[in-house]
Design a protein around this ligand. Structure first.
Ligand code: FAD
Ligand code: SF4
Length: 482
């Protein structure tokens, strides 16, 4: 069978040579050393050089059915963007990537590709998947560094008359806004905080997702005619139903699930106890990461204990180290194997010196004169599997001890805001999250929703997938009403 190139013509001998997959192992991304990076808030991973990106792209088999694409919630044409990279056609590679993903520089940095596209890559079965996320990041960064006039511009459908309001500005909302603007709608985003981006702005620290990278992707949406209103909490300034009355044709709600879950143990209100949300918001939005330039009110503890085992806990622990803690301990009630955080984040945290105490649960925050002095822990063991399939932690009677510390950061999950009904009068499920069908329709046919406020705390890419799906459904609902 003859090989064909991207234009459908028979491939030239040079192209055939270029398309031969290399047998090299996966190329690791250069990073700052652990010793260097704990001294600063700069990005840990440094990104591929063009040579490394090309070499990694050449590992791709360019599979006919591209199983990697089935693992991508926003349906990026992965094989084609990697194919263009192999052909050294970077502008085409960027165009293919951005056609389906409004936030490639963000996704290339924080998406759990190992459980998405890279999990379904055929090479994963034989050893190591193509580093799809790192190639995505390389292309997004390459495009960002080009002169403005040369940068990729996504082609939009002609403008239509409908205005759509998007509530919240996390990844679900940004993906929804991007897709609607591509489809010609006038989109206005209403964000309660003073900065857009949701968790990408207030939660994920600078060393994993620099603020300027996020700001640039949001600027691309602005250039695509999306209008952002900040300091605009819907529910307080107007409800979704009032926005409909004001003339918006449809509403998308992507307000996330940002209410911290507390440990509910005695001593939780002592000085020095933070929820991870508050701790990370003070660092990210109140600029504690720029200490001493910004004198942010935050406890820069010497002995910090972070409770939890997810990405949020890793971010809390690694942030505490960078703020100058001498000792940071992660306390988790199961073992490292069951931790929900990305493997890369756990490895980075341990490399940086975060100590792990497995099979331990908080019983009490101990204090003196109103300030934290320790965390009393209960020894746990793993029992039978629970509903999530993970083995349930069970207390080992009589085995307790106090871990001395001056700061406790609780990162044990989040919930939906109980005031959600003030935003829209639509059906909620028994846990207080918005109820939608598979396309994001709520009980009001003109109000749609997606992301963490529907699924509970999940991932950036799942939120983006939900936002995009809802945008398509909104388009179908409104197209006929032009
Ligand atoms: P959010 O990102 O929560 O955004 C919701 C936005 O709505 C917020 O800006 C909020 O201020 C705004 N809002 C709320 N109420 C109103 C209102 N009434 N009016 C207007 N605006 C309102 N996922 C990954 O895939 N990879 C990671 O590495 C990762 N790391 C994480 C680290 C941290 C610290 C946290 C907290 C989460 C992390 N996640 C990660 C999870 C991921 O960030 C979330 O699943 C995702 O951001 C959810 O997106 P969303 O759009 O639904 O909501
Ligand atoms: Fe390339 Fe893997 Fe996708 Fe095949 S499955 S096209 S090897 S990235």
């Amino acid at each position: 069978m003859s090989e064909v190139n991207q234009a459908g013509r028979d491939a030239s001998p040079q192209e055939k040579q270029r398309r031969r997959p290399s047998r090299e192992p996966r190329h690791a991304m250069p990073t700052q050393t652990a010793g260097e990076r704990v001294q600063n808030f700069d990005e840990v991973a440094l990104g591929y050089t063009p040579e490394l990106a090309r070499a990694e792209a050449e590992r791709c088999l360019q599979c006919k059915n591209a199983p990697c694409e089935a693992g991508c919630p926003v349906e990026v044409r992965i094989r084609d963007f990697i194919g263009a990279l192999i052909d050294d056609d970077l502008p085409r590679a960027v165009a293919v990537l951005k056609e389906r993903n409004a936030l490639p520089a963000v996704c290339g940095r924080v998406c759990p590709q190992e459980s998405q596209c890279e999990l379904t890559c055929v090479l994963a079965k034989r050893g190591e998947a193509v580093a799809i996320g790192q190639l995505e990041r390389f292309l997004a960064d390459w495009d960002r560094e080009r002169p403005r006039a040369q940068r990729n511009v996504t082609v939009h459908r002609p403008e239509c008359s409908h205005r759509v309001a998007v509530v919240g500005s996390g990844p679900a909302s940004l993906a929804c806004a991007g897709e609607l603007s591509l489809r010609g709608y006038h989109v206005e985003v209403f964000e309660a905080l003073h900065v857009p981006g949701g968790v990408l702005a207030y939660g994920i620290p600078e060393f994993r997702l620099p603020k300027e990278i996020l700001a640039d992707e949001i600027d691309s949406l602005r250039r695509a005619r999306v209008l952002f209103h900040t300091n605009a909490p819907i529910g307080a300034i107007a409800s979704a139903e009032e926005l409909l009355e004001e003339g918006y044709a449809a509403i998308f709600i992507g307000v996330g699930a940002g209410l911290p879950r507390f440990m509910e143990v005695p001593g939780e209100n002592l000085n020095g106890v933070y929820s991870a949300n508050e701790f990370l918001t003070r660092v990210n939005l109140m600029h504690a990461y720029e200490f001493p330039k910004w004198d942010t009110p935050i406890m820069r503890g010497r002995q910090v204990v972070v409770v939890g085992g997810g990405n949020v806990a890793m971010d809390g622990a690694r942030t505490a180290l960078r703020l100058g803690a001498q000792e940071v301990t992660l306390v988790y009630r199961r073992t490292q194997t069951e931790m929900p955080a990305r493997d890369e984040e756990i490895e980075h945290a341990i490399e940086e010196g975060v100590r792990l105490v497995e099979l331990a649960a908080p019983l009490e925050v101990v204090g003196e004169d109103g300030w934290v002095t320790g965390l009393r822990l209960q020894k746990m063991e793993l029992g039978s599997a629970d509903a999530s399939g993970r083995r349930r932690p069970v207390a080992v009677k009589g085995e307790e001890w106090v871990l001395p510390c001056d700061t406790v950061v609780s990162a044990i999950g989040t919930l939906a805001n109980p005031h959600i009904h003030e935003i829209a009068d639509v059906a909620l499920n028994e846990w207080g999250y918005l109820e939608t069908d598979e396309e994001g329709r709520t009980s009001n046919p003109r109000i749609f929703a997606g992301g963490d406020i529907v699924t509970g705390a999940a991932t950036v890419i799942l939120a983006m997938g939900a936002g995009k799906t809802a945008a398509v459904a909104i388009d179908h609902a409104l197209r006929d009403k032009q």
